[in-house]
Design a protein around this ligand. Structure first.
Ligand SMILES: [Mg+2]
Length: 390
């Protein structure tokens, strides 16, 4: 408990925004080390007629290549760049690992995209010496899990945290405590205010409002004359650093999982399969307790030398019954063709959705699991188990 040395205050809340740096490009370099240090464009092959740039490496950005630019334009700007099509399944796999790390930091994680999220860290401050340590720890753990860098902003609200993470990209860490909000915001152009696009910016500039400071200093009525009363109030609140939007976790990006580390390494066989059944049943039980269904099963293995692998399968139909979880997990475990005993085994369910979003109520295997749950609820735990868990 080191709250005494925390030092700076963010006011009521401590909000973190993390954004991975040139995410798709970083993953490509990770998988193709020969791309490192070279201009790299993810989006399509160089002969792609209609493709657009999805992500450009920082080396490619030096040539003026930007996201959403036609591939053919990027080829003109930098003919010797490497051009590759995106591999979304791979990026999603890496993204899942990033979000797994984020969820160990806070239960309130709101994904904005495949590589970007808000975290509400309010109440966790005492785990860290200060805000810088909190940010560095987040970056370190993500790097440890993925070998990738991201940029972090820490601030009293979402609006400022997002601006802060963008300030020192790549591999940045920018902290804006409550006392620094004014100095951080006021010099910025009006475009920095969330909700101010090119049209609104042009209207504000037509009355001489160019910076956040200008927005603060103008009477609301003057701003309202050019952008309307609602937008004027919104923009001025942001200009003063006021943003009450909560961090809203997206249940679909979360996973429910259970893993176990063995005291002695376990080879594939009846014992390992029984552990797998117990893990699957535990995950199923928690899915039902939370009132959610899952779409994806993931099995994680770790060998004694800490070499770690995961395999996932996404099913067409959402599920939350033990049978489906165990069947798919067992199939994934088969696919590993284990060469050595394991140090760790884990089962995860992700792609979660609320029961109301599915039409699966009353499926037979659900009722079986529900009956077991009801008995176990009476007995106060997972007491009654299926034979395969024993
Ligand atoms: Mg990013």
């Amino acid at each position: 408990m080191r709250s005494r040395t925390w030092g700076v205050s963010f006011g009521k809340r401590t909000i973190v925004h993390i954004d991975m740096d040139a995410f798709f490009a970083q993953v490509e370099v990770l998988d193709h080390p020969e791309y490192r240090g070279k201009p790299l464009v993810v989006g399509g092959r160089r002969d792609s007629r209609r493709g657009v740039v999805s992500t450009a490496s920082y080396e490619a950005r030096k040539y003026g290549i930007r996201s959403a630019m036609p591939i053919q334009r990027a080829v003109q700007l930098c003919p010797h760049a490497i051009f590759v099509p995106p591999r979304m399944a791979r990026y999603e796999e890496v993204s899942r690992r990033i979000f797994e790390v984020l969820e160990t930091f806070s239960p309130l994680v709101e994904p904005l995209s495949i590589d970007e999220a808000f975290l509400d860290m309010t109440g966790t401050e005492h785990f860290y010496e200060d805000a810088r340590h909190m940010g560095l720890e987040l970056k370190r753990r993500i790097f440890e899990a993925t070998s990738l860098t991201g940029s972090v902003g820490i601030a009293p609200n979402k609006f400022i945290a997002k601006l802060a993470s963008d300030r020192e990209k790549p591999d940045g860490l920018v902290i804006v405590p409550a006392a620094d909000v004014d100095a951080f915001l006021t010099p910025l152009p009006v475009e920095a205010l969330w909700g101010v696009g090119p049209k609104t910016a042009a209207r504000l500039k037509s009355i001489g409002v160019h910076t956040v400071r200008d927005v603060r200093e103008r009477p609301l009525s003057q701003l309202a004359q050019v952008v309307g009363p609602r937008l004027a109030a919104h923009v001025q609140a942001l200009a003063f650093g006021r943003d009450e939007r909560p961090v809203e976790p997206d249940i679909e990006a979360k996973s429910i999982g259970r893993e176990t580390t063995f005291e002695e390494d376990v080879p594939d066989g009846p014992e390992l399969r029984a552990v797998l059944a117990r893990l699957a049943a535990n995950v199923g039980w928690r899915l039902r307790k939370e009132g959610v269904f899952a779409r994806t099963v993931t099995v994680k293995i770790r060998y004694p030398d800490f070499e770690t692998h995961t395999k996932s399968r996404t099913l067409a139909e959402p599920f939350r019954d033990d049978d489906t979880l165990y069947r798919e997990a067992a199939r994934l475990l088969d696919e590993f063709r284990l060469r050595r005993p394991l140090r760790l085994l884990g089962v995860y369910a992700s792609g979660l959705q609320h029961a109301a979003q599915t039409s699966l109520f009353g499926k037979r295997e659900d009722r079986l699991s529900d009956v077991l749950d009801a008995i176990n609820a009476k007995l106060g735990g997972r007491v009654v188990r299926r034979g395969r868990e024993l």
